[in-house]
Design a protein around this ligand. Structure first.
Ligand code: ADP
Ligand code: MG
Length: 681
């Protein structure tokens, strides 16, 4: 197996230059080459009749060379070679550019398979610069790899072939045979060979299944082991005798059963010896903040400090107000730390944190600054965690010995996926919304109904409610988008809403300006807020009952759901109008789902199906190591199988210390080292 871990430059055809090119692909050794998985395949196994191939589409045909024309010399540096070929029924012109050797190789009367884009029309078909394979070639499926400059596809294939040969000389498989049979998987050497050079599509699928299984299993094991490892650390243990009664009786509402349950779970963690690592998941409006405040109260009554981080300044300020409202009457000092504070203000806060005067600090990533130190930081809460990089979360965690961590997320994800992505966290779920909430009534309409929609909004405002109009911006930086919101606000101020107080909020405003507008809206000095998606996350104004979303087609389902969560936060019936003139199938499907259900889990499931996990989370936001083969949204069945398997393995061997798991342990470590940002801590 050693040969597999030598530098790639040991391989034939790979010198210094090419080794450097390979390094850009993350390939240092032949072993890495084995795991350089093809992006797709050139599959010659299913040729179609020439007439069956649609012009403009890629196809594979099987043809005999009938005639070769003399080369056409077009100009310096451009010679065209043409041949006429037939599949026995119809003819096709095969065109090669500047490729005398390729042309020479085509022999009259011989049969070939050709892959390329069909061109021409019904009468005269043509295929240009096709990939060509002798009809009788033994191998008919070829790998297409992610490429880089400095190395050709052909060389890469040759290098992979050498790596496969090296592996076959000393085959290895970390997976015990028993496990392999139980899950009906190919052996690793077979899988690694077949994934590069498959005998047929069926084998290729089997190979990918085995490799995806490995990847998911290693990921799941890694996450579960992290969780176990976390339990071995010591945390600030708190006293269970501290009573939450004063907090409960100060609240303007009574908590839901779900909120109480979550608080119990959190308090139990806080009183344990190991640091809490818990995810609080709850749909928009389910009342996560009140749960977080309870955790803070409990921690502070135990004589320790808390930090709460929000992804945006608007949200930080809002949380600050909420926390003040909940906790200051109980004698707790709450501070706010954001990037837009003056240096002097910041210094005061730093001092108050260091000496313990401030017991709860709410803020944005400004809390990470290295100047910030705490007297005794015991609890770190992050809201809407998928917006924070893992690295940032770790930084804050480093500010106290080993603080308890609570992560709040309104992104509902299907359970199997949650088990994978949050495999290292314990999960509390708020299933129900506070009593008396009515589901938001949602309508999708076209621009023709805009005036009626405005009329409807006016009715709501007339009744003393407030509303939002959201205009999309693809990029907050784009001037034209910005003008669009500004112009929009100006326009409705002068027309449909001239009798109302209309505010404007967008991401390009200064923090102070934003806060001023939000403050005015919260205190009902504004009736209607025209906004970009800066209000997407967390904004909480229960008196707002109507939301109009312009160009709704530009938003994904989960984002629409988040936006819709800005209304329906009080007792009154709320409404959401999705305005779109876009009538594609896909858009219609999304609008229908939104109108039909307000259940975040159902919406997330649908979103995942429509978009796949990359878009769903936003690339890399989940902080997992990059997966090469497995696809988290489509391999659900496999994921379930893997999760059972991982549990069984760990039950038997929690640290993968047994000899039969030694290889597996190495693979897990390797997976988590694949890139810098790996997992959470
Ligand atoms: P989210 O889970 O989306 O962060 P919030 O914590 O912002 O939700 O709560 C949404 C609204 O519901 C807030 O106005 C909050 O005061 C209110 N709320 C929270 N818990 C309850 C409850 N048990 N009963 C009534 N209202 C509640
Ligand atoms: Mg929230």
């Amino acid at each position: 197996m050693d040969a597999l871990f030598q530098p790639v430059s040991q391989l034939k055809g790979i010198g210094q230059k090419r080794a450097e090119a390979l390094e850009r692909l993350g390939i240092l050794t032949p072993y890495d080459l084995l795991y350089h998985i093809p992006r797709s395949y050139l599959d010659y196994t299913h040729p179609v009749p020439i007439l069956a191939a649609q012009p403009g589409e890629s196809c594979v045909i099987r043809v005999q060379i009938a005639r070769k024309m003399p080369p056409q010399y077009i100009r310096k540096g451009m010679t065209i070679f043409k041949a006429i070929a037939t599949d026995g029924v119809s003819d096709i012109t095969v065109t090669l550019y500047n490729n005398p050797y390729g042309f020479q190789a085509l022999r009259l009367g011989e049969w070939y398979r050709m892959a390329g884009k069909m061109q021409g029309n019904l009468l005269r078909r043509e295929i240009s610069a096709p990939h060509v394979l002798a009809d009788r070639a033994k191998e008919q499926i070829f790998p297409c790899y992610p490429m880089t400059t400095g190395i050709s596809a052909q060389l890469l294939v040759q290098a992979v072939r050498q790596a496969v040969t090296l592996m076959q000389q000393q085959p290895f498989d970390w997976m015990p045979a028993k496990l392999r049979h139980a899950h009906d998987l190919l052996s690793l050497p077979e899988a690694l060979e077949q994934v590069h050079f498959p005998e047929n599509p069926g084998r290729m699928e089997q190979a990918r299944r085995r490799l995806a299984f490995d990847e998911l299993l290693q990921l799941q094991l890694g996450m579960l082991m992290r969780r176990a490892d976390n339990h071995t650390r010591t945390a600030y243990a708190m006293a269970s005798t501290v009573s939450l009664e004063p907090y409960y009786s100060g609240l303007p509402f009574s908590l839901t059963a779900g909120q109480k349950q979550a608080i119990r779970e959190i308090v139990q963690d806080l009183c344990g010896d190991a640091p809490m690592n818990r995810l609080l998941q709850g749909d928009v409006g389910s009342g996560k903040t009140a749960v977080a405040a309870a955790a803070c109260y409990f921690t502070i009554q135990n004589g320790m400090q808390c930090a709460m981080m929000a992804p945006t300044e608007i949200l930080a300020v809002q949380h600050y107000h909420t926390m003040q409202q909940f906790l200051e009457p109980l004698g707790i000092t709450v501070g706010l730390l954001t990037g837009s504070l003056r240096t002097k203000e910041k210094r005061e806060i730093y001092a108050a944190l260091a000496d313990g005067t401030i017991q709860l600090i709410v803020g944005t990533h400004a809390i990470f600054q290295k100047e910030v130190s705490f007297q005794k930081l015991a609890l770190v809460i992050t809201d809407e965690q998928h917006r924070f990089g893992v690295a940032q979360r770790t930084q804050l965690a480093d500010k106290g010995g080993c603080p308890h961590k609570l992560v709040m997320s309104a992104t509902p994800i299907p359970r199997t996926l949650a088990l994978m992505i949050y495999g290292d966290l314990d999960i509390s779920i708020l299933k129900e919304l506070p009593k008396g909430r009515l589901p938001v009534q949602t309508f999708a309409v076209t621009g023709k109904l805009r005036q009626r929609a405005y009329g409807f909004i006016r009715e709501q405002l007339q009744q003393g409610h407030q509303g939002y109009i959201v205009c999309p911006t693809i990029e907050e930086r784009e001037e034209s988008d910005l003008q669009a919101v500004e112009a929009y606000a100006e326009n409705i101020r002068q027309t449909a809403f001239s009798d109302y107080r209309v505010g404007l909020l967008h991401g390009k405003m200064k923090a102070a300006e934003k806060e001023q507008i939000m403050h005015a809206f919260r205190s009902h000095e504004l009736d209607l807020l025209v906004s970009t998606t800066v209000i997407e996350v967390g904004v909480d104004v229960p008196n707002a009952t109507i939301l109009l979303i312009e160009n709704a087609e530009r938003f994904g389902l989960s984002q629409l759901h988040q936006l819709r969560g800005r209304v329906g936060r009080g007792k009154e019936q709320s409404y959401c109008i999705l305005m779109t003139d876009h009538v594609t199938e896909d858009c219609r499907a999304r609008m229908q789902i939104m109108s039909r259900t307000s259940d975040g889990f159902q919406i997330a499931e649908a979103d995942l199906q429509l978009r796949g996990p990359g878009d769903f989370f936003g690339q890399r936001q989940h902080g997992l190591p990059p997966l090469r083969v497995a696809d988290l949204s489509h391999d659900t069945k496999l994921l379930e199988e893997v999760q059972t398997c991982a549990k069984e393995i760990l039950q038997q061997d929690p640290e993968l210390k047994q000899p039969e798991h030694r290889g597996l342990r190495l693979e897990v470590l390797r997976l988590f080292q694949r890139n810098g940002e790996n997992g959470r801590n």
